[in-house]
Design a protein around this ligand. Structure first.
Ligand SMILES: [Fe+2]
Length: 493
């Protein structure tokens, strides 16, 4: 292996036992370039692109309590082409990261603290947060776009070198949330933001040329916490779910999330370039949904799959330190109980039909993104480890046959959100690989695994050993090499 530490960020955190700063969540501070890594099996030659994962790595002692969603963003990248792999990782040089590097301590209090504890004005719907750009990562117009789920700037990086290009200029004043959605067929990016001031929500579309084409306010009844959106070929589906900050406590700037069981879930369906006047509102069973899998049109209906939380505000985590018991409960997928679920919205009648697709707890799913917005037969979900924000296996659902298969990563091995890398020249929907970064706590190392998506139960076809054990984190994505090169050629023209 050829591995070089190109930089080391000096942390100022004292050793501690925080459950999300130790074990699989131990932060990384070294930035590597690596190639010629040890491979168990063989890197397939019929795959070409990059797998990127965002992670949270706190550099400074928190002001108050630390929540893992506010750690400094670090992108891990592995590129695969011609049977070779290269790996790099970099902190995202956000405005906040740079400011804290300059002063040598935290400047912003986190999600569990009162915003007035922050030492500088910050970002985020919550207010005065650090925009860590650590939640999500996607490639659009040939460049990485990293985002923070509470809304902030969009940071641009090169997908292969992780060279940093700073903030994206089309991002509006109210910011961009995590989960902007790429439509691979048009190259468009659909995005949203939310805030505590009217109209509480905006929706926008950016072209394949990286120019803002559409940006429109959608009035919500009050401050809401939408995390993700979905799209079909012609429509975008937004959500106003009955899990939001208690309006009475919010008057005192106290952010306490409640589940309003008597308020239905509401879904806004609008044409891709539609505005508030063209929204059709639908109602459904009360719940919270962190992530949608896909949506498509079927006759008069728009169909959408996602993870329906049975218990979206789970209370306290048994046995946790009192100051962390709520945070740990919100991260425990076995308490939230997210179930693979289907919503059918009839555009003619305005009625919603719902269907449970699986009773297992599943989250952080993906599909072959070439089918995004169109009907997909297969979906791939991460299997959560009970008690934790960690994943120890993958499940594949065949929605035609109603069957599923799974593969577990092994003892003390935890994976990242899978992404689907299609085989070069593939025509079948599941002809490709599921890619994930694994942290192996027994071997004390990390690896990138490729699993044949048509036979996931057979386990990895290839394991590429990374130069260090990487922290667990949140979202990941796959970008096709040919799309990145085509976008670079467009920019150069
Ligand atoms: Fe997310």
């Amino acid at each position: 292996m050829s591995a070089q530490v190109v930089s080391r960020i000096k942390p100022t955190i004292a050793p501690n036992k925080h459950p999300y700063m130790t074990g699989v969540w131990t932060p990384n501070y070294e930035e590597y370039n690596a190639s010629d890594m040890q491979v168990i099996g063989e890197i397939p030659r019929d795959v070409d692109g990059v797998y990127l994962r965002n992670t949270e790595n706190p550099v400074h002692e928190a002001i108050g309590r630390y929540h893992p969603f506010e750690g400094d963003g670090m992108i891990h990248m592995i590129s695969l082409a011609d049977g070779k792999a290269e790996y790099r990782n970099r902190f995202v040089r956000t405005k906040a990261f740079m400011a804290e590097q300059e002063v040598g301590h935290s400047l912003w209090a986190g999600l569990m603290e009162h915003p007035k504890k922050s030492l500088r004005p910050g970002w985020g719907a919550h207010g005065s947060l650090k925009d860590a750009s650590s939640t999500d990562v996607i490639v659009h117009a040939g460049q990485v776009l990293s985002t923070f789920y509470q809304c902030g700037d969009g940071y641009r990086l090169d997908p292969y070198t992780l060279e940093q290009f700073g903030t994206e200029s089309w991002v509006p004043l109210d910011g961009i949330s995590a989960h902007p959605k790429l439509d691979e067929r048009t190259g468009e990016l659909l995005f949203f933001n939310y805030s505590k001031h009217e109209p509480y929500f905006h929706y926008g579309v950016v072209g394949a040329d990286n120019k803002l084409k559409h940006y429109t306010p959608i009035r919500f009844p009050g401050p809401r916490l939408p995390h993700d959106i979905a799209f079909s070929e012609n429509y975008t589906i937004l959500n106003d779910l009955p899990v939001f900050w208690d309006p009475e406590l919010l008057k005192r700037d106290i952010h306490a999330t409640r589940f309003y069981r008597d308020i239905p879930s509401r879904f806004a369906i609008l044409p891709r370039y539609g505005d508030a006047d063209s929204v059709m509102w639908f109602e459904g069973a009360p719940t919270y949904v962190l992530h949608w899998l896909n949506a498509w049109e079927d006759g008069d209906e728009v169909v959408m799959d996602g993870y329906f939380q049975e218990n979206p505000v789970p209370g306290k985590y048994p046995g946790a330190p009192p100051e962390l018991e709520r945070m740990m409960a919100y991260l425990d997928q076995s308490l939230l109980q997210p179930k693979l679920h289907r919503w059918r919205f009839n555009l003619k009648t305005g009625q919603t039909r719902e269907e449970r697709l699986d009773d297992a707890n599943l989250e952080f799913g993906t599909i072959n993104q070439r089918f995004a917005g169109r009907r997909n037969r297969y979906s791939y979900s991460a299997i959560p480890k009970a008690g934790w924000f960690m994943f120890d296996g993958l499940a594949k659902h065949d929605h035609d046959s109603g069957t599923s298969k799974s593969v577990m990563f092994g003892t003390e091995r935890y994976g990242s959100e899978p992404a689907f890398a299609p085989r070069i020249g593939a025509t079948a929907e599941d002809d490709g690989y599921l890619v994930s970064f694994i942290s192996d706590m027994i071997e004390n190392r990390s690896e990138c695994i490729l699993v044949d998506a048509a036979h996931i139960e057979a386990g990895p076809v290839c394991r590429i050993i990374l130069p260090h054990r990487i922290s667990s984190g949140t979202h990941a994505t796959w970008a096709h090499g040919e799309d990145i090169r085509a976008a670079a050629a467009r920019r150069a023209a």
